[in-house]
Design a protein around this ligand. Structure first.
Ligand code: BG6
Length: 467
């Protein structure tokens, strides 16, 4: 029998721009994601985010399905451009009401809201101060955080700062989070986001002493491609650049010497003000949330290989190349999803253990899941046994990590209901609930329970003991 803590937060996740749609409704101002599908870098033939799963208009029905599954928690993001109207910081009361009603409905159903403050959809008005390139970005974010804490702080205990801050630096172009106008290095952007995150944590501690706040990067154990010392060195360096630099800064308050030297070696040192140094030191999180999809395997890289790989598209989980450091390679031991992401449940346990050993802070999983081309049968069923198998293995692995001493708060896989993938459309489905639409036809948006819906419901009812 596996033992999960009594009050373990079973639930699932979504993000505003991938689920809500209604980009011009309710006083929302434009965000970088609203026109992502109009950019040359967005793949052709798949939907963008204008309508998404129409959650903005169907949220009550969606919450009722979460309640039916027995969710203890629901992780969603608040859309900054729905809350703040302009660079002066004026508040959109309609946006406040939307999330306020959502939070009330969740609490009414005994579902704890877990709120991500920013999940990729920065408002366009940040361009007026120079966007994420600017040191002032953090000040705008802090103002937005203050509005969130004032309006929702008495009802929301769990806060997440910035979703996958590390992916802004690692896969920023492919997920569309970096403006075409941006001139700063990815490391400066990362730093400005780190400062924004630290400001939010500091403010949260001041305004909401009983709340809990943490970062939510995408973390993955890294394997060396072989036992060659050069590959092991690539592994250690990838550990740093993909994982630890993003958690060290928020947990320890400074960048590591290795990272500072790396930046010097590539002439991309970060500009850090004295005030920022203080802010970073003074903002420890209460827990670590992270998203886990799979592990990564890396090999040393030669300059020729780097030049050859330059035009190959990378995403959050694959084909990453870092000059002078290494490249990610296929792991022959792992199966892949239909979308080419490797599946590694044992890697999940090991990643949990690594994070716990390094930071000794309780862990919340805020994403984990399998993107698949689900099929709606004639009798409106979705037989997603592959998803059940994926969850079965990953949750078992998490139980083993707990048995090994990892302290865990909750598990909120991706995603509660179908939504639009970051760059692979609605056909890459993740939900427990099927949304009846496809890339070019919005159909009736009807919701159907997948087989995994019933499986997860049963698992939650048994607090994971039947895994
Ligand atoms: C994470 C993001 O990178 O992975 C989500 O936080 C995203 O926004 C999820 O949807 C799955 O990735 P994708 O690219 O398949 O949508």
């Amino acid at each position: 029998m596996h033992k999960f803590p009594k009050d373990f937060l079973w639930g699932a996740s979504t993000s505003a721009y991938q689920i809500e749609g209604a980009i011009n409704q309710g006083g929302k101002v434009p965000s970088i994601m609203d026109r992502f599908d109009e950019r040359d870098s967005y793949p052709k033939g798949i939907t963008g985010f204008k309508v998404a799963s129409d959650h903005y208009n169907k949220w009550r029905e969606d919450v009722s399905m979460m309640a039916e599954m027995g969710f203890k928690s629901y992780r969603f993001s608040i859309s900054w451009p729905r809350i703040i109207k302009n660079v002066k910081g004026d508040v959109n009361e309609e946006g406040i009401k939307f999330y306020s009603d959502l939070i009330d409905e969740l609490l009414k159903n005994n579902i704890q809201p877990v709120v991500t403050m920013l999940h990729f959809d920065t408002p366009d008005f940040i361009d007026e101060i120079g966007g994420i390139d600017s040191h002032d970005f953090g000040k705008l974010f802090e103002h937005y955080a203050k509005v969130l804490f004032e309006n929702f702080g008495s009802r929301v205990k769990w806060w997440l700062t910035i979703n996958e801050l590390n992916m802004f630096a690692i896969a920023g172009q492919i997920i569309g989070v970096i403006s075409e106008k941006s001139q700063a290095t990815k490391w400066q952007i990362m730093h400005n986001l780190n400062v924004a995150q630290a400001r939010a944590i500091r403010l949260c501690k001041k305004m909401l002493p009983d709340a809990k706040i943490g970062p939510a990067p995408n973390i993955a154990s890294v394997y060396p491609a072989s036992s060659k010392p050069e590959d092991y060195q690539a592994k250690l360096n990838f550990d740093q650049l993909r994982n630890w630099i993003f958690l060290d800064i928020v947990c320890f308050g400074d960048y590591s010497n290795w990272f500072k030297n790396f930046l010097k070696s590539i002439n991309q040192e970060i500009d850090i003000t004295a005030e920022e140094k203080e802010i970073l030191k003074d903002s420890k999180p209460d827990f670590i949330a992270f998203n886990y999809y799979t592990t990564m395997t890396v090999a040393n890289i030669t300059m020729e290989e780097y030049l050859e790989s330059k035009n190959q598209p990378a995403d959050q989980q694959s084909k990453l190349v870092i000059p002078g450091i290494g490249k990610s390679v296929k792991n022959e031991n792992l199966e892949k999803t239909q979308f080419g992401w490797e599946i590694d449940p044992l890697g999940f346990k090991n990643t949990l253990k690594e994070v716990w050993d390094r930071y000794k802070l309780p862990i919340m999983i805020t994403e984990n899941g399998i993107g698949a081309r689900d099929v709606l049968t004639k009798d409106n069923k979705i037989h997603d046994d592959y998803r059940i198998e994926y969850y079965q293995k990953h949750i078992s692995s998490m139980a083993n990590a707990i048995a090994d001493g990892v302290e865990m708060i909750g598990y909120m896989p991706w995603s509660a209901i179908d939504l639009v993938s970051t760059h692979e459309g609605i056909s890459k489905r993740y939900g427990f609930v099927y949304v009846n639409r496809d890339e070019d036809d919005e159909k009736d948006m009807k919701r159907y329970r997948k087989d995994s819906f019933f499986w997860y419901k049963d698992l939650i009812k048994n607090n994971g003991e039947n895994i």
